[in-house]
Design a protein around this ligand. Structure first.
Ligand SMILES: Nc1nc(=O)c2c([nH]1)NC[C@@H]1CN(c3ccc(C(=O)N[C@@H](CCC(=O)O)C(=O)O)cc3)CN21
Ligand SMILES: O=c1ccn([C@H]2C[C@H](O)[C@@H](COP(=O)(O)O)O2)c(=O)[nH]1
Length: 298
C-alpha cells in the first residue's frame, strides 16, 4: 500500500472509532480513549431538544454505552480536570451508608449541598439503600456485604446486583437515584461491573460517575481477591444541559491533545468499610487539561 493509502486507511479507522468526533473534524491521539468525548459530540450534534425537571433545558439521546478495560488504565477523563477528592469522598460516604451531607462538608466536598436540607439530610439515598435496604421484618439488608460474600463464595452467580432504586422510598429521597443499580460479573478471575444510569448529566455528572464506579470495581475486586475486568456504563437519558454547551465545545476542542488514562493505586484494606481517602490515589500519571467550570442544574 502506498504511504498515502496507509494514511487514509488510518484516518478511516479513526473515523469509525470515534465517528461523532470525526464529524467535528477531531481525532484523538493513538492509544487515547475518547469514547466519552465521542458521546459528548454525538449529543451536541444529534441530541433532541428536551425540557427537564430543573427548567434548564437539554439536548438528549437515549440509551448509550461506554466500556472501559480497567486493566488498561483508570477512566479519569483527561480533557478537563476531574476532582478525584470529591469522587473518593462521595464513594466512601455512600459506603458508610450515610444520608447526611455533613461528613462530606467536613472534608470540603460540597457536591451534595444543593440537595440537602438545613440539617444536611438527604433522605434514604444511595448509601442507605446499599447498606441498609429496609427488610420486611423490620431489619435491614446490607447489599454491599451480600455481593462481596457472593463474589467470594459463588462468583458464577448471575444475581450479583445492588439496587438503589427502592420504589417504595423514592418520595423520601432528596433526588431519585441516577445510577440506579449495578451488576457484578466474574470470568477468568476478573471482576467486571455494569452500572445502569437512568439519567446522565454528561458534562458534570458522568466524569464523576465513571471514576466512581471504576474505583468501586477495584475495591470490590480487592475484597474478593479478584483481578479487575471491564467497567460498562449504560446511560438512559444522556443529556447536555443548555447552559453547558459552550463548556462542552471547549472540552471537545482539546481532544486532539488528550492524554492516556492514569493508573489507580489502591492500598489494601481489611474490609470494604476500612478504606480511607489516603488509601486511594488516582494521580499517578494523571495528565489533564485545566478545569472547566459549569453551573449544576438543581
Ligand atoms: N444536575 C445534576 N448533575 C449531577 O451530576 C448531579 C446532580 N444534579 N445531583 C446530584 C449529584 C451531585 N453531583 C455533582 C454535583 C456537582 C458537581 C460539580 O460541580 N463538579 C465540578 C466541581 C467539583 C468540585 O471541585 O468539588 C466539576 O468541575 O466537576 C459534580 C457532581 C452529581 N449529581
Ligand atoms: O450521579 C449522578 C447524579 C445525578 N446526575 C444528574 C442527571 C440529571 O441531570 C440530574 C438528575 O435529575 P432527574 O430529573 O432526577 O433525572 O442529575 C448525574 O448525572 N449523576
Amino acid at each position: 500500500m502506498s504511504e498515502s493509502g496507509k494514511q487514509s486507511a488510518h484516518r478511516h479507522g479513526e473515523t469509525r472509532r470515534y465517528p461523532h468526533l470525526a464529524r467535528l473534524g477531531l481525532e484523538a491521539p493513538a492509544g487515547v480513549d475518547a469514547a466519552y468525548e465521542d458521546l459528548l459530540a454525538e449529543v451536541l450534534l444529534d441530541g433532541v431538544s428536551k425540557g427537564d425537571r430543573t427548567g434548564t433545558g437539554t439536548r438528549s439521546v437515549f440509551a448509550r454505552q461506554l466500556r472501559y478495560d480497567l486493566t488498561a488504565g483508570f477512566p479519569r477523563i483527561t480533557t478537563k480536570f476531574v476532582a478525584m477528592k470529591a469522587v473518593k469522598g462521595e464513594l466512601l460516604w455512600f459506603l458508610r451508608g450515610d444520608m447526611n451531607a455533613r461528613w462530606l462538608q467536613e472534608r470540603g466536598i460540597t457536591i451534595w449541598d444543593e440537595w440537602a436540607d438545613a440539617d444536611g439530610e438527604l433522605g434514604p439515598i444511595y448509601g442507605a439503600q446499599w447498606r441498609s435496604w429496609p427488610a420486611r421484618d423490620g431489619g435491614a439488608i446490607d447489599q454491599i456485604t451480600g455481593v462481596i460474600e457472593t463474589l467470594r463464595r459463588d462468583p458464577d452467580s448471575r444475581r450479583m446486583l445492588v439496587s438503589a432504586w427502592n420504589v417504595g422510598e423514592l418520595d423520601r429521597m432528596a433526588l431519585a437515584p441516577c445510577h440506579a443499580f449495578f451488576q457484578c460479573y466474574v470470568a477468568d478471575g476478573r471482576l467486571s461491573l455494569q452500572v445502569y444510569q437512568r439519567s446522565a448529566d454528561l458534562f458534570l455528572g458522568v466524569p464523576f460517575n465513571l471514576a466512581s464506579y471504576a474505583l468501586l470495581t477495584h475495591m470490590l475486586a480487592q475484597q474478593a481477591e479478584l483481578e479487575v475486568g471491564e467497567l460498562v456504563w449504560t446511560g438512559g437519558d444522556c443529556h447536555i444541559y443548555n447552559n453547558h454547551v459552550s463548556q462542552v465545545r471547549e472540552q471537545l476542542s482539546r481532544v486532539p491533545q488528550a492524554y492516556p488514562f492514569p493508573r489507580l493505586r489502591l492500598k489494601r484494606a481489611d474490609s470494604i468499610d476500612a478504606y480511607t481517602m489516603d488509601d486511594i490515589d488516582a494521580s499517578a500519571g494523571y495528565q489533564h487539561h485545566p478545569t472547566i467550570k459549569a453551573p449544576v442544574a438543581v
